[in-house]
Ligand binder design. Structure first.
Ligand SMILES: *Cc1c(COP(=O)(O)O)cnc(C)c1O
Length: 465
């Protein structure tokens, strides 16, 4: 393609993007295709000769778009949000254009220095103490993996990378049943093994880890010759929004010199509002914290903010050339590839800069406050409606509910009928072994009307079950 043609298509796609957003409410939220329907339309073999962009774009509309689930749809109430606010999209267009590889300071100093400053802005916005440094990871899963590797190395006296785990004491990591499966995968990948991920029982309305049970489990493991190395706690678990009592569990973990990591992938964005910070009281004492601006804050995927109290231990775990450590600090530069598992890095900080400058923290807070208020008022409305029962109370903008006296199979049928109807999109989880339906409000363009439509759809389709 010639660059002269690029300009025409670039303008076309910008217009397409604006039209797409303007007409999102007319589309079913979840893709309405059957498995295999898209691949059946894709040629089995690559073309030998180039084709005009008109043909490619026409096929994009015809083949690809029907197979898209619209995450930017204002009535997307499933999973958690993945907001791509327009200023962040524009920044991504610029990043795509320049396409820098930002693994080292010198491979684009602006990317590194912007990243340091943006993470400092986010730290202040969340009210985290000044001893935290930040880095952008591609996902919360990567940040949690980096944290688990750090806890492993720290407990093994930095010998795990060199010697492997055979012949070492058996490591133990503590968590609850409420954490995301990214914790399990970090345990697998780090070589610690699922059997050494100890699940501490939870209780109370926030399904929080029992600190006394945590203490007892660590003590018993030490007596049995295991090597406790870390704690992974959560603020806003994926199923129902579980929140550990961070002050209490970090205190226990610290007494045994464990490394502590907090997964606040979804709920962390809400901490820009001071009134929600009681949910993670005690976070100041953590060794690391992750939250995803790519979920609720509006920074297009991927952008995961990872705060670390002692970056030296992370760098000691992940930097492949130890002499880099000496460079860092001596001349004041940071090579962020030493802070993460992948070497290559995109320029992700730019979209945070565009986003935060464009809305201001106050504009971002207002959106999150609206989502929380609308979700909580929907929960109240459902509570008052015969046939519905609230299963877990709202944590920020997430709650779960059921239709009274229905089986798991009927509830799954209910969710399927709603998503086939297409006006809204929701998903389910299990609470104490039984199906519960999750509802969260978080899309940036959602309005109170959209949440009212959700009530209409939920009650209308409940009649058919
Ligand atoms: C979404 C989520 C994750 C995983 O986030 P990725 O960035 O997709 O890896 C981890 N933990 C919690 C609590 C989440 O909500």
């Amino acid at each position: 393609m010639e660059w002269t043609e690029f300009s025409r298509w670039g303008s076309h796609i910008s217009q397409w993007a604006a039209d797409y957003h303007a007409t999102l409410r007319e589309r079913p939220v979840r893709a309405q295709v059957q498995p295999g329907e898209i691949s059946a339309q894709l040629p089995a073999h690559p073309p030998e000769n180039g084709e005009p962009m008109d043909a490619v774009m026409a096929d994009f509309e015809r083949i690809v778009m029907p197979g898209i689930t619209h995450w930017q749809h204002p009535r997307f109430f499933a999973y958690f949000p993945a907001n791509a606010a327009p200023p962040s999209m524009l920044a991504e267009m610029l990043v795509s254009t320049i396409a820098p590889q930002c693994m080292l300071w010198q491979t684009s100093p602006a990317a590194t220095e912007m990243e340091t400053r943006m993470l400092e802005w986010l730290r202040q916005a969340l009210g985290l103490p000044g001893n935290f440094s930040g880095v952008i990871q591609d996902s919360a899963s990567s940040a949690t993996l980096a944290a688990v590797l750090t806890m492993r190395e720290r407990a093994l006296g930095w010998t795990g990378n060199a010697k492997g785990l055979s012949g070492q004491p058996r490591l133990r990591v503590y968590t609850s049943a409420e954490v995301h499966t990214s914790v399990d995968r970090a345990i697998w990948v780090s070589g610690i093994g699922e059997e050494n991920l100890v699940r501490i029982p939870t209780g109370g309305p926030l399904r929080a880890m029992d600190p006394a049970a945590l203490d007892a489990a660590i003590r018993a493991d030490i007596e049995n010759g295991f090597l406790p190395c870390g704690l992974v706690a959560c603020t806003g678990g994926t199923g129902t929004g579980a929140c550990d009592d961070l002050a209490a569990v970090i205190k226990v973990a610290k007494a045994y010199n464990l490394y502590t990591h907090v997964d606040a992938a979804w709920a962390g964005s809400a901490m820009i509002c001071p009134e929600f910070r009681t949910l993670w009281e005690g976070v100041d004492g953590a060794d690391s914290v992750v939250f995803n601006p790519h979920k609720w804050l509006g920074a297009q995927f991927d952008c995961s903010a990872h705060f670390i109290a002692d970056p030296e231990s992370l760098v000691k775990t992940l930097a492949i050339q130890p002499e880099y450590l000496k460079t860092h600090g001596a001349d004041g530069i940071i090579n962020y590839s030493e802070w993460s598992v992948p070497l290559g890095r995109r320029f992700r900080a730019l979209k945070l800069w565009f986003l935060i400058r464009s809305y201001g923290l106050e504009g971002l807070r207002q959106r999150i406050r609206n989502h929380v208020a609308w979700s909580q008022s929907l929960a109240e409305r459902l509570r008052q409606t015969p046939g519905f029962e609230i299963v877990t109370e709202p944590v920020l903008s997430l709650f779960t509910f059921r239709l009274a006296d229905k089986t798991d199979a009927q509830l799954i049928e209910y969710v399927n009928r709603i998503n086939t109807d297409g006006r809204i999109y929701i998903t389910q989880t299990r609470v104490d072994g039984q199906i519960a339906i999750r509802f969260q409000v978080g899309q940036f363009d959602a309005t109170r009307d959209d949440v009212d439509t959700a009530f209409d759809v939920l009650s209308e389709i409940a009649e058919t079950i």
